[in-house]
Design a protein around this ligand. Structure first.
Ligand SMILES: *Cc1c(COP(=O)(O)O)cnc(C)c1O
Length: 401
């Protein structure tokens, strides 16, 4: 592709801006380019009119779309959609995907239903910002389907939001049952499936309307980006895209590229993380100093049968309680050599956290216990390290704490 030269009669400032720039798109590249463009010029006003009338599809302005972002969206929709009929909207974070969806779908005076162990910031958004906008909500216990149906207010309830599996106890929701209840009452459903990923579970297959992921976790997979996505039927996603154009939260093209790159190895990573999660859950359950393990792949998990029916694998997060108090649990965590102590999950590096010192730090031990959170709870997110090394590391820390 020829490179256009600045005509010699232009001044140095014009040349500095235009010389050497390709005005044609030329991409024989094997990788999707990172397109860093705020705006997309038209050849002439006729081309602009053609675009406005919908006769050509092309980019217009950075807040309304970007080729790198579209590549990520197409990839994520393909992973999530059972029949290829769904589309995706990429967002700058998982929270942005959730808040954009809710703000676009629920009017003032509307009502939504959330579950009691949903992602903390989602619950906070519903309780604070959404309440200020005049949207009411009900919180129902996760897995209580009678309470869920009873909470629906005819004509007022717009959205049921749940997660599966949940954090940190990895409860699994009966997705076909939630979808059926919602359909009966003409309410839309949204599942935050970050912990499952489309490798392990595809909620749309079970009749769920919208699926969100924090791509910051498994999909990006390298602890180097923040992004989120919402996937569903094209008419719904198109409405969300319009809302995003107004709200203004857009994924950076660099992050979109990192996501495209990360997703290429997603299935390989999930295989290892599923295998390590299972092996580590079994190891911990057999260890005398571990008092309880929460992992949906274990027969001891309350939702094990549901997990078998709905999930292909059970993921890399294992939560467990050890035989000790807050301090002893901290000693155990400090003795681990491979995992980093950090929030987040799903990346190539194993991460460990003590929820009582992280997401639930503001509460006292008694307050934490009231919400079912014990001080001796540990959450491990297995990375892609060798399973045997992770187990050996856990073993040495359990022997010493
Ligand atoms: C991390 C996470 C989010 C938020 O995602 P961000 O990318 O951090 O904004 C939402 N839901 C779940 C279940 C998460 O784990």
């Amino acid at each position: 592709m020829p490179v256009e030269q600045s005509p010699p009669d232009h001044g140095p400032s014009t040349a500095a801006v235009h010389a050497g720039e390709q005005r044609q798109r030329a991409h024989d590249s094997i990788t999707t380019p990172i397109v860093l463009a705020a705006t997309y010029p038209f050849d002439d006003t006729a081309a602009l009119v053609e675009f406005q009338e919908g006769r050509v599809q092309r980019e217009e302005y950075g807040r309304y779309g970007n080729p790198t972002i579209r590549a990520a969206e197409a990839k994520l929709a393909a992973l999530e959609s059972p029949n290829g009929q769904d589309t995706a909207l990429l967002c700058p974070s998982g929270m942005s995907a959730i808040t954009t969806t809710i703000l676009a779908m629920v009017p003032s005076g509307g009502h939504i239903i959330i579950t009691d162990d949903g992602y903390r910031r989602t619950r906070q958004f519903v309780r604070t910002i959404l309440a200020r906008l005049g949207v009411e909500h009900s919180v129902v216990p996760t897995g209580d389907y009678a309470a869920l149906e009873a909470a629906i207010r005819p004509g007022q309830t717009r959205l049921i939001i749940s997660e599966s599996p949940t954090n940190p106890y990895l409860l699994v929701i009966d997705l076909p049952r939630v979808a059926e209840i919602a359909r009966k009452h003409r309410v839309k459903t949204m599942i935050d499936a970050t912990f499952a990923t489309p490798y392990n579970q595809r909620p749309i297959e079970f009749g769920i309307d919208l699926v969100t992921h924090s791509c910051t976790k498994y999909l990006g997979g390298h602890n180097d980006l923040l992004a989120g996505v919402v996937i569903g039927k094209p008419d719904l996603i198109s409405a969300l895209r319009d809302a995003q154009g107004i709200l203004g939260g857009i994924c950076d093209p660099h992050s979109a590229y990192l996501l495209v790159r990360g997703v290429k190895t997603f299935a390989l990573r999930m295989e290892r993380q599923n295998a390590s999660g299972m092996a580590i859950a079994q190891f911990l359950e057999s260890h005398p100093r571990v008092t309880r393990v929460y992992y949906p792949g274990l027969p001891s998990h309350p939702n094990h049968d549901l997990a078998i029916a709905q999930m292909h694998g059970f993921g890399g997060v294992v939560s467990f309680e050890i035989d000790g108090d807050l301090g002893a649990t901290s000693n155990f965590v400090d003795r681990l050599r491979i995992p980093y102590i950090a929030p987040s999950l799903g990346g190539v590096e194993s991460l460990v956290e003590q929820p009582s010192l992280m997401s639930f730090y503001e509460l006292s031990s008694e307050e934490r216990l009231a919400v079912g959170m014990r001080d001796n709870l540990v959450r491990l997110s297995c990375g892609i390290e060798d399973t045997a090394d992770l187990i050996a590391d856990l073993a040495q820390a359990l022997d010493l704490f």
